[in-house]
Design a protein around this ligand. Structure first.
Ligand code: PEP
Ligand code: MG
Length: 898
């Protein structure tokens, strides 16, 4: 028979799936001999059973009964015993921490009789009645769903009658009165008296905790944090200890290192004569942990010893909650603590130095997302102190980055101003899907309402846009297009503000932005061995060295200018995985393409191509030089042809005006006809990629010739060019065959002309489902595959990125259809499956075929792990993401990789 209840002596830290994080760690601490109040954990399995069937599993009640009896024996008191009651807390605790999302009920076991016993035993009548009213209040709110305001109002009334605003002025009689009032509220709202039977209180509280797993805010939090919805929560039943029994009692939270900077040394807060919820509610100011030494030297020393034990045991930063009850220290919780990105790198590095972990473990303790955060530009702190810039408010740091722009108060203005080249910050009370366009247009988003899971926060994070949300002290007045800061500063529409999504600060004026030291290090501007490098840079450098040696996959960059290529190389790119050629045909060269497309005769066509050739050769020469000695995959022209033609409306107007004036307009008319002919309803699925190469004669061969000639020039200059020629949007091997043969013919021609050998691989993108499904055939004609996961995602899902991201994606994310956009993180089940097929069949047909990816997923941490697992040779991503991909490729290859 299943076991649904574990005492704290039975569990351990590895049973998080079953006991939740809190329960598993309470058990671990108990087994370490640390002072944990006794208790037991009801498993997540019991919760899942309850949630799916609507009733607790058979046998659970008996197990709870037996464990409670055991707890009572240990404590020498019975739950709710009239003369000396055992009280328990009932707390949620899921596998993954979901702070504040689920329920807790304290002081279970109090009723009209046992409150008297508690008063007598504690010698503190006020404490006993305060505890009782807390029980009725929490129970009423969380178990019985009564609006919390009703209780708060009653407290306010009693305080008002007493002429005070401070809880501390209330005495035993006041709390007793509150208990009476609260009981009346319960009776009135539920039609039943407050349950006085402690067992009934406990059973109802357990069910309420189970139910809280499905509370809307918890469900939303899970979707955003990508926590599976079917895990359920464990429930911890624990003997109560009290931090509110006088000045020799108290409660606190602590970290074994500073979770913000990663500095060694304990760090925390303590509040005398208080319970945990008082710390969270911030009703009184806490004191730094160091002050505890003066207040209670023995408990302080014991706590320091315990923190040391925990850090050595968990081999990581731990955070803890503790309570001191009349001079006796109790541990209420511990876990491996959350930390900032900078602290993650610092701590991992320090733990290696201390011999606690290996470098391989250290790199598992940091993530690519954290590294990306360290690479965001930041506000120049020196300039913040300077004239003209003032901090005017603070909100939640919802999406990192530093954004500067003119304040606008609606989406329409955001779009309009940004179209005319202005940088704007969209300021709203809160955002909704109607604001999406404005959010896209803005540099950053500031809201005065809503938390880190609000629409603004979620969508901004999804878009990688800076966001400060829930800045409640700032009054956003959208009607009058202004905001008022708590200090009285008024920001009118058009005034420049700066928002810091990493700290949550809001500034009036333009704060200059600087590159982060980590970027300067990657750029080679900071030598990690010099004094210029701070501890963070040194930590990053150490871990990067390790991952570079550990990883199997190579990391290339997507770059299509010599500058980008050079930058990518500084960032550690080992070549270019995608050099797009479309921008090379814009600007002045556009008319050449226009001539090419509209040419009536072969001569005209040849002329246009001949003019393009040297220009293209220049483009490639610069890139090959920047990446000398490393592979450069050049993709032949991809986008729809009509993108190179004039705008249809403009042209129609021109033709109409000329006609009306009786002016000659033959050329415009000809172009207009061509534009009409080439106009497509769905350009994404139209005449592009290899299809273009097949219908516009000479275009692809001109590009291949330009690549070959650029390589010849580079060789003549002593370089080692390594171009690779890539054909886009292939759906069938026949397309590839034709273009490939032509490309090889051109290469041979150039070889003959210059008397050199040009052994350049010709390969294809795999970016259509059909290509993936026929990869075996295609591989026979391709020396490499590069997965174009942008188009593959579009075509597998059947949606066009440009259209859907701005329209229904935020709704999909909100509804949890996906936890993250499939354009951001690879859809492993769908797109990933096609990639697997293509890898297997491609390798079977051509062992040794080189496989890479050049869609944006190449720089996404989770996707990089997938690409490692399926055995790709390299990933390619934007230059700025190269360090992230290097780190994740190394983590994926690590011995301890999960
Ligand atoms: C792709 O489709 O993944 C790709 C890299 O090509 P593009 O984004 O240029 O279409
Ligand atoms: Mg593509």
């Amino acid at each position: 028979m299943a076991k649904y209840v574990y005492t704290f002596t039975e569990g351990n830290k590895d049973l998080k799936d079953l006991l939740g994080g809190k329960g598993a760690n309470l058990a671990e601490m108990t087994n370490l001999g640390l002072p944990v109040p006794p208790g037991f954990t009801i498993t997540t399995e019991a919760c899942r059973h309850y949630l799916s069937r609507g009733s607790v599993p058979e046998g659970l009640d008996a197990e709870v009964e037996a464990n409670l009896a055991e707890l009572e024996r240990t404590m020498g008191r019975r739950l709710g015993q009239a003369d000396d009651p055992l009280l328990v807390s009932v707390r949620s605790g899921a596998r993954f921490s979901m702070p504040g999302m689920m329920e807790t009920v304290l002081n279970i076991g109090l009723n009209d009789e046992s409150v008297v016993g508690l008063a007598a035993r504690s010698g503190d009548e006020r404490f006993a009645w305060d505890s009782y009213r807390r029980l009725v209040q929490m129970f009423g709110r969380t178990v019985q769903d009564i609006e919390g305001d009703l209780f708060e109002e009653a407290v306010e009334e009693v305080k008002a009658a007493k002429g005070t605003t401070d809880d501390l002025d209330l005495d035993a009689a006041d709390f007793r009165e509150l208990v009476g009032r609260f009981q009346d509220i319960v009776l009135e709202r539920t039609g039943r008296p407050f349950p006085s039977d402690p067992r009934e209180q406990m059973a109802l509280a357990v069910k309420a905790v189970f139910d809280s797993w499905n509370a809307p805010r918890a469900a939303l939090y899970r979707r955003q944090e990508r926590i599976p919805a079917d895990l359920g929560t464990a429930v911890n039943v624990c003997a109560m200890v009290f931090g509110n029994l006088g000045m020799d009692s108290g409660t606190g939270v602590a970290f074994t290192r500073d979770p913000a900077s990663g500095q060694p040394g304990v760090y925390g807060d303590y509040l005398q004569n208080a319970q945990g919820e008082d710390v969270v509610a911030g009703i009184r100011n806490t004191v730094p942990l160091a002050d505890l030494e003066k207040i209670d030297v023995r408990s302080h020393a014991e706590l320091m010893g315990i923190m040391d034990t925990l850090e050595n045991h968990y081999r990581d930063l731990c955070d803890i909650e503790f309570t001191i009850e009349r001079g006796k220290l109790w541990m209420l919780q511990t876990r491996v603590g959350k930390r900032t990105a900078a602290a993650a790198f610092r701590i991992a590095d320090q733990l290696v130095d201390q011999g606690m972990i290996t470098l391989d473990e250290a790199v598992q303790r940091v993530t690519g997302d954290q590294l990306a955060q360290l690479m965001f530009p930041r506000f120049d702190e020196a300039a913040v102190a300077g004239a003209g810039v003032r901090r005017i408010g603070h909100g939640m740091n919802a999406s990192p980055g530093a954004a500067v722009g003119k304040a606008v108060f609606d989406s329409y203005t955001a779009v309009k101003w940004s179209r005319s080249g202005e940088k704007v910050i969209l300021c709203r009370r809160e955002t909704n899907p109607d604001d999406l366009e404005g959010m896209i247009a803005a540099e950053g988003i500031l809201t005065s309402r809503g938390g880190k899971t609000s629409h603004a926060a979620v969508v901004a994070r999804g878009m990688g846009k800076t966001c400060v949300c829930g800045a409640e002290e700032i009054d956003v007045d959208t009607k009058n297009r202004r905001l008022t800061a708590p200090g009285g500063e008024v920001v009118e529409e058009g005034d420049v503000i700066s928002i810091d999504g990493t700290s949550g600060e809001v500034y009036l004026g333009e704060v200059p932005v600087v590159d982060s030291p980590v970027v300067r290090y990657f750029e080679g501007e900071i030598d990690p061995a010099s004094d210029q490098a701070d501890d963070l840079v040194r930590s990053v450098d150490r871990l990067m060295h390790y991952v570079d040696a550990a990883r199997r996959m190579r990391v290339r960059a997507n770059a299509d200018t010599a500058e980008d290529a050079a930058r990518a190389r500084r960032m550690g790119a080992q070549g270019i995985g995608l050099c797009r050629t479309e921008h090379m045909f814009l600007g002045d060269r556009r008319q050449l393409v226009e001539r090419l497309i509209l040419a009536d005769t072969e001569d005209e066509q040849r002329d246009a191509l001949a003019e393009l050739l040297p220009l293209q050769r220049e483009d490639f020469a610069g890139i090959l030089e920047a990446m000398d000695g490393l592979p450069v995959t050049v993709r032949l022209l991809d986008p729809p042809l009509h993108e190179f033609l004039p705008d249809i409306t403009e042209l129609s107007v021109r033709v109409a005006v000329a006609e009306a004036r009786g002016e000659s307009h033959e050329n415009d008319l000809r172009v207009l006809q061509a534009v009409h002919r080439l106009h497509e309803q769905n350009p994404m699925l139209g005449l592009r990629g290899v299809r273009l190469g097949l219908v516009v004669p000479g275009l692809f061969s001109m590009q291949v010739r330009a690549i070959a000639q650029a390589a010849v020039d580079r060789m003549a200059a002593g370089g080692r060019p390594r171009p690779e020629i890539m054909i886009p949007l292939v759906g069938t091997v026949q397309e590839l065959e034709i273009i490939r043969e032509d490309a090889l013919r051109v290469l041979r021609e150039v070889e003959r002309e210059h008397g050199v050998e040009l052994d350049f691989p010709v390969g294809t993108m795999i970016e259509l489902p059909r290509a993936a499904l026929t990869a075996g055939e295609i591989a026979e004609n391709a020396e490499f595959f590069s997965f174009g996961t942008n188009d593959l995602t579009q075509t597998v899902w059947g949606f066009s990125r440009d259209d859907v991201e701005a329209s229904f994606f935020s709704a999909y994310l909100e509804k949890g259809v996906f936890g993250v956009s499939p354009f951001e993180s690879l859809d492993v089940d769908g797109v990933g499956r096609l990639i697997r097929i293509a890898v297997e069949e491609g390798r079977a047909a051509r062992p040794g075929i080189k496989l890479g990816v050049c869609g944006e997923h190449g720089g996404d941490p989770a996707s990089v792990h997938f690409f490692h697992r399926v055995g790709l040779d390299y990933v390619s991503c934007s230059p700025f993401r190269v360090p992230v991909a290097r780190l994740e490729a190394g983590r994926a290859a690590g011995r301890t990789a999960g």
